[in-house]
Design a protein. Structure first.
Ligand SMILES: Nc1ccn([C@@H]2O[C@H](COP(=O)(O)O)[C@@H](O)[C@H]2O)c(=O)n1
Length: 245
């Protein structure tokens, strides 16, 4: 058994199906597995000791490189658009143009208001890329805009990367929004996929849709204990251990 799957934060619509996927992935072996993970509120925490942690864009809010005006603007944008992002009464189609507006305004604002040179960019593999001038000042964001609902396009733009991983046809996908479910769309002939979703906010309102979409839902679980335990289990050569719930 994987003890972490008995944790109170773990919810599964179909534990037996989860067990079957895990068995099949473990049998196929470590060399067939790839992990595809979102960054904000997935690899990073949504909250710590009850206090909301900033997503990457709002890290700028704690930076001395950005003007107070820009910080206020980023905060306003978050207060305006985040409630829409997590409102289950809106459809993805209705939210999508507003999410594009949010990301675009934040990127334009950050580039227009940077006061001093910055040392680097936000860490990510497929991400929004910043373009700095020769003195290190952010000029603009470049390349295709990646936002919460176009991860599929992001994945498909990076087919070269997935080509390199073409023998890894079993996927452990980790995300925190329903938009993250399309992150594996560029993977060649997926055999099995185990989807783990962090449900951080508006839990009661969104639980059913998360349970229908993700195999394992981690409710207000601010740790990587479950994904790490699963990965360890999937890549262990010690033989199969059944999942219990
Ligand atoms: N200007 C912005 C844009 C997005 N956010 C938040 O960041 C999160 C990023 O989510 P990913 O799934 O793409 O990692 C998103 O959920 C927004 O809440 C922001 O704060 N400011």
């Amino acid at each position: 058994m994987i003890p972490e799957l008995s944790s109170l934060s773990v919810c599964m619509r179909d534990p037996q199906r989860v067990e079957e996927i895990i068995k099949a992935m473990q049998k196929a072996g470590t060399s067939t597995i790839q992990v595809i993970s979102d960054f904000d509120m997935t690899l990073t925490r949504f909250a710590y000791n009850g206090k909301r942690c900033p997503p990457s864009h709002n890290i700028l809010n704690n930076s001395r490189l950005i003007s107070e005006e820009c910080k206020a603007q980023l905060k306003d944008l978050l207060n305006t658009y985040y409630p829409i992002e997590i409102d289950s009464k809106w459809t993805v189609e209705e939210k999508l143009p507003l999410m594009v507006d949010w990301w675009t305004k934040a990127h334009t604002g950050a580039a227009a208001h940077q006061e001093r040179p910055a040392a680097g960019s936000l860490p990510a593999v497929f991400s929004n890329y910043m373009d700095f001038d020769e003195t290190g000042v952010l000029k603009a964001f470049k390349g295709e805009l990646i936002h919460i609902y176009n991860k599929r396009e992001g994945a498909l733009l990076n087919t070269g990367h997935f080509q390199e991983l073409k023998s890894r046809h079993n996927v452990l996908l980790v995300g925190d929004s329903l938009g993250d479910l399309t992150m594996a769309d560029g993977v060649h002939s997926i055999e099995d996929i185990l989807k783990i979703g962090f449900l951080n906010d508006k839990v009661e309102e969104r639980k059913t849709s998360y349970l229908n979409a993700y195999d394992i839902v981690l409710v207000k679980d601010e740790t990587m204990e479950v994904p790490n335990a699963l990965l360890l289990h999937l890549t262990s050569v010690l033989g199969h251990c059944p999942v219990e719930k």
